[in-house]
Structure formats: C-alpha cells, structure tokens
Design a protein around this ligand. Sequence first.
Ligand code: SF4
Length: 266
Amino acid sequence: MLLDLLLLKGSVAREPNDTGRFNMLAGTNRSVYRWMLDPAPRADYVIAVGSCAAYGGVPAAGSNPTDAVGLQFEGADSGGALGADFRSRLGLSVINVAPHPGWMMETILALTTNDLAATDLDSYGRPKFVANHLAHHGCSRNEFYEFKASAETMSERGCLMEHLGCKATQAVGDCNQRSWNGGGSCTKGGYACIACTSPGFEGAQNFLETAKLAGIPVGLPTDMPKAWFVALAALSKSATPRRVRLNATADHVVVPPGRATTKGKP
Ligand code: SF4
C-alpha cells in the first residue's frame, strides 16, 4: 500500500531495548517506533508535526528515560527513528513543521502542488517559509524591545527578553505575523517565547527567567555580536522615552502617546 502523506505527532520512544514498547500504537500490539518503520518508506512525504515528533522535544528532556527521539533528528543531531539517510518515496527528508494551522496548511498545499523541494527546507528540515522569520518579528512589544524597556514580572507590557526568558530573537517562526488560529501568539498572551520550534528547546533550566552571565542575557539575537548588543542596549536605555519606560512595568497604558502638533512635534 502506498501513502500520499504520513504524519506523526509526538516523539518516538525507542526504549526498552530498542523495542519502543513504552509507547504502543493502539490496536496493533506494535510500538509506534516499530510500526513507523513500515509505512514511512511507502509514503510520498513524511511530516513530523511539532518539535516532539521532529526532534524529541519534551519527552526527551533531562535523562530521557524512554530514549525519545524525533523521526529524523535526536535534538539537533540528524538520525532519529528513521535515520539520517531516510528519504520518502518522492525523495524528501522528513518535513518538520510545528502544528501552527497556517504552517501545516501551507506545507500540505505546497506538497500537493509540487512546490516544496529539498532546497525549500532548512538544515533542521523546517520549511523556509517558516524558518526564514523570527518569532520576534511583528511582536506587539517591539517598541519596548527597541528601547530595552523590560517587563520585570508577568503581566507587564514591556519586552520579555531581558528578565522573563523570551527567546523570540533566536527562534524561527512567523508566529507574531501570522497569529495562531488568527489571533494569538505567546507574547501577545503575555508569555515569553520558549523557542519551541528549535531542537533542544526543552533543555532550558527555567522558561520564565532569562539566563544571564555577568548580568548579560546568554541568548542574544542570532546574528548580533555580543559587544554590539551590550553597547546598543546601553544606548537605547539611555534614550528611552518616559512613556515607554513607565508603560513597560505596568499592566496597562499609564502614559499615552503625546499628541503630535501640525509640525510633527509632540
Ligand atoms: S517580548 Fe520577545 S518577541 Fe516581543 S519584542 Fe521582546 S524579545 Fe521580541
């Protein structure tokens, strides 16, 4: 039997003893791990839905007692349940897509119209139409980010990067441009981005606190040298408008924007 599309949600447990029987497929008396090995080569395309199916994800955290892996990755290393060399019937590696409805539909549509080739995937198997964006792009807190005006506790309006663990400057995805289900994103909901589209995201010590070294966040924007970031952050903070600074640590707007005059001056 040939398949058009095979999708897996959730990681693949390989323990105990490489049988995978910690995670059985209902009604088959076979483990998900062993069962997947049969249909995968007979599918035109294979999609790992979400970071657990793609890279191991949450079940792979810590000591990983079930030996949870993704379909073609173990964290950031290629391999996984199907092996690094696996290719589906039409020659693609496993396509790794977080379960954002828009990303899923765009991926499936592109496959049905032959518009998704190997060159359209990044090195972690993610479609580039998702991976070429950062979750930071389009966040409603961008003005606070620009001035490094930071929230200090949950529910405040400021940027969540400096203190509250936001990793959206390092996490791929257009979540803040193409909202989940048309309306939401983590940062819109007041919660820091935990980089859930990245392999190994589950290894964070604390999702709600920014890891720092000598007071400087460890995870800085992907393509910015640390020295530049520190210098620009100091400059930005020194230029922060009073409105932005006060609103950053409030749960509602306490200082509205000044009214522009006809000459454009506040
Ligand atoms: S809260 Fe996160 S996504 Fe929003 S501006 Fe700050 S760093 Fe960017």
